[in-house]
Design a protein around this ligand. Structure first.
Ligand SMILES: Cc1ncc(COP(=O)(O)O)c(C=O)c1O
Length: 394
């Protein structure tokens, strides 16, 4: 450390003092209902691996076989020398699955938002952005230099009022929202948002990171859930959650996707998605398209978990999806609860504090999955009951 970087240790100390320093655990096993940490087995309640596809035998086989055929890396930026047939097959499959004309694959969901939004709007344009949008949307809007107007969470009256106030003729406008809100699990009213987009001639963009594999027929996502196919301009998603792997995409009209291929900076200036990841996602979509048993199991576990926690006396907020926030409020208490669950009950459930959520609504976010058993869910509820009582949260 040089004298110039002394400020780093003070910032870390401040984070620790404020109870906002989150320990990062190292996992020694595959993602699943249980994981191994420092040689001990823990019930894993914080992975976004909704359907268990991250460690599914057929998905792993597909990735291994793609590595044998294409190697481990795409080799270059896709527009220069890195587009493999597996990327093209995946893009075709995704468009079909999403009932969109075309799609473009990125190396991550964050990069999809950072890349796509600045293609759609620029400094003379305006973005109407949901108050609780994911950080990657906020970054994408910042990168676009467009004017940003924030509308209230889940409040389409407020969106309409902001539109009336700020929508200028002759300029492009974009409404952008998370589909499922990642910290609360509530579902954006995309039907009403789409109507407002149509009324005010504003493009509609939805980030379906937590809707894929969870909502709609066979887990097609939020657009299918609301029956809005071909009325939403851009559906963005990630492969890192229900699809079990890594990467992101946008889907929309063919010419829009064509323009993204020419202009989206993470596509043009960063090497392509690894072939193994692309093949894994392709297999995950095939599995989801033909078999909805994992989806059904996910929802059954989610209902059981919420019911159990509510009966125990916890506040699980306004979630309408498997995302299950256990809202404690106080940041230090939340960290303590997570720590007692971990040390005394072998439940791995990470605390979520400011700045990921606002101050005063700190929580533990639980993510049930299709690979948890009824016993796993009941053990989680039991552990929360005991830990909550011992810490006088309940
Ligand atoms: C709503 C939302 N959008 C985008 C992302 C980013 O996805 P990725 O992990 O693929 O970068 C996430 C992941 O945390 C998310 O929750």
């Amino acid at each position: 450390m040089t004298a110039r970087t002394g400020w780093v240790s003070s910032e870390i100390r401040e984070l620790k003092e404020a109870g906002r320093y989150v320990p990062i655990r190292t996992i020694e096993s595959p993602q699943g209902a249980w994981v191994s940490i420092e040689g001990r087995k823990y019930l894993n309640m914080c992975s976004n691996n909704y359907l268990g596809l991250a460690n599914h035998p057929e998905v792993k086989k597909a990735a291994i076989s793609a590595i044998e055929n294409y190697g481990v890396g795409a080799g270059a930026v896709r527009s220069i020398a890195g587009t493999d047939t597996i990327h093209v097959r995946l893009e075709k499959k995704l468009a079909e699955f999403k009932h969109m004309d075309s799609s473009l694959v990125f190396q991550g969901g964050l990069l999809a938002n950072a890349g796509a939004i600045p293609v759609l709007v620029g400094k003379d344009d305006i973005v109407f952005s949901e108050e609780l949008n994911h950080a990657s949307i906020i970054d994408g809007v910042r990168l676009s230099s467009a004017k940003r107007v924030v509308f209230k969470h889940m409040d389409t009256d407020d969106l309409r009022a902001r539109m009336k106030e700020s929508r200028k003729e002759g300029k492009k406008a974009l409404i952008i929202t998370d589909g499922v809100f990642s910290m609360d699990g509530d579902i954006a009213p995309l039907d009403r948002i789409t109507e407002i987009g149509e009324e005010f001639d504003a493009m509609v963009y939805v980030d379906d990171a937590h809707g894929e594999g969870v909502l709609g027929k066979n887990g097609r996502g939020i657009v299918d859930h609301f029956g809005l196919s071909q009325r939403v301009d851009v559906e963005m998603g990630t492969f890192s959650k229900a699809l079990g792997s890594m990467g992101g995409f946008v889907a929309g009209a063919s010419d829009m996707i064509d323009l993204m291929r020419q202009r989206a900076r993470p596509f043009l200036f960063s090497s392509g998605l690894n072939p193994g990841d692309a093949a894994a996602v392709l297999k995950s979509i095939e599995i989801m398209s033909t078999d909805d048993s994992l989806l059904k199991r996910l929802w059954a576990n989610s209902d059981r978990l919420k019911k159990g926690l509510q009966e125990a006396g916890y506040n699980t907020g306004s979630s309408k999806t498997p995302i299950t926030p256990v809202i404690v409020g106080d940041e230090k208490k939340t960290l303590e609860l997570s720590s007692v669950l971990f040390k005394e009950h072998a439940v791995f459930a990470s605390p979520i504090v400011f700045p990921t959520v606002a101050r005063g609504v700190a929580r533990i976010r639980l993510m049930p999955s299709a690979v948890h058993s009824d016993g796993d869910i009941d053990a989680t509820v039991d552990a929360f009951g005991k830990a909550g009582k011992s810490l006088k949260i309940l």
